[in-house]
Design a protein around this ligand. Sequence first.
Ligand SMILES: Cc1cc2nc3c(=O)[nH]c(=O)nc-3n(C[C@H](O)[C@H](O)[C@H](O)COP(=O)(O)OP(=O)(O)OC[C@H]3O[C@@H](n4cnc5c(N)ncnc54)[C@H](O)[C@@H]3O)c2cc1C
Length: 398
Amino acid sequence: MEKRELVIIGAGPAGMTAAIYGRRAGLDVLLLERGAAGGQINTTEEIENWPGVQHATGPELGGMFRDHALKFKTEIRSLDVKKVELRGDAKIVVTDKGEIEAEAVIVATGAYFRRLGCEGEAEHIGQGVSYCAVCDGAFFEGEEIAVVGGGNTAVEEGLYLTAFASRVYIIHRRDEFRADRAAVERALANPKIVPVWNSVVERIEGDGAVENLVLKNVKTNEVSNLKVSGVFMFVGQSPCDECVRGLVKAGKEGWILANEHMETSVEGIFAAGDVRSKHLRQVVTAASDGAIAAMGASAYINEQLHLRSALLEPESVTAFFYSGADADQARLSNEAEKIAKEKGKENGKKMPIIDGYKNNRMIEKLGVALPSVVELRRGTVSKAVKVASEADLAEALA
Ligand SMILES: Cc1cc2nc3c(=O)[nH]c(=O)nc-3n(C[C@H](O)[C@H](O)[C@H](O)COP(=O)(O)OP(=O)(O)OC[C@H]3O[C@@H](n4cnc5c(N)ncnc54)[C@H](O)[C@@H]3O)c2cc1C
């Protein structure tokens, strides 16, 4: 089976930034993409909030990211990742074109906006139909626009859009919003916000750009026209998490949970960009996640190589295992380090000191309790002594 150091799934802004950082850290990087490199930005005509580039189309910016990743000799391969599996210690990326074993995986598969599904929506995406107020709000300075939805996102983004638009109609199929009371009160108190109750959008019309919405009142069946130059759909966003669903922990609606190092619940699998549970889904935050994930993956891969050569390969070795998350154990590790230095001078051997909190899988694999002094013979535990104090430690290492 093909073996690679870092496999990145998804060549959007997060995945391509991860590739640039991964290659510059000296890793062997394979970037897998099922569509066109660039990700979601490929579908937008205007990007004005990527620092340093005052204006670009989405495909232009995506192309710049791809060229940058290629400059550092990233291998980008066109295929669909079906799932990621753990087989023993190995992380296997299963694709429509075979399997790849990876030392570390970054899941950067992004997200998608749910469509409303009405007539005229698809043709007007980027021509007045938008799913992202932060991305596109500024293009509607002084114009009348509409928002579709009645939950928190619709109401809060509607309020955000009043900074640009002269009027924001919020079209909702019920006669009250489902959003938090505070947000609803602020929205209803804002003179620029006009709720359109009990209504759905039947059709979006316009020659090129959006000009008119055909609305239907769901109570009276009455049909009416609403002249607007833009319509923002807030009917939900979902993660593209299928390939790791059930493998890594996810929060509400499937958004992958990752910590500030982009580590998921599975050691060696990182998540970056829109696919993870986060507050702001934008190119700049996706790129930031990608950089952090790649540096985390690089540290993880180096640590795994170190663990293998320090613990599993030698004929015999004595190691100290502790939890870096426990202050007492961390103090004990400082003492272990001192003893290791002294003994090393005497016998010329190195004693690995391993943070079992960071290397949980190795701890599980060896079946070691923390903190312990452990003797290993060719990767198998031959003796393990649990220690609770400096005196215990000195005795175990005597
Ligand atoms: C119309 C529109 C306009 C936007 N405008 C702006 C804007 O002006 N400014 C801004 O900052 N942000 C904007 N955004 C948001 C921005 O595009 C996203 O936040 C950003 O692209 C997220 O990057 P990502 O790499 O996390 O995911 P994505 O861009 O979604 O990329 C994920 C990639 O993974 C691939 N993938 C998914 N699953 C698999 C699989 N199983 N196997 C292989 N490949 C897979 C996908 O094909 C995709 O290419 C806009 C989004 C849209 C839709």
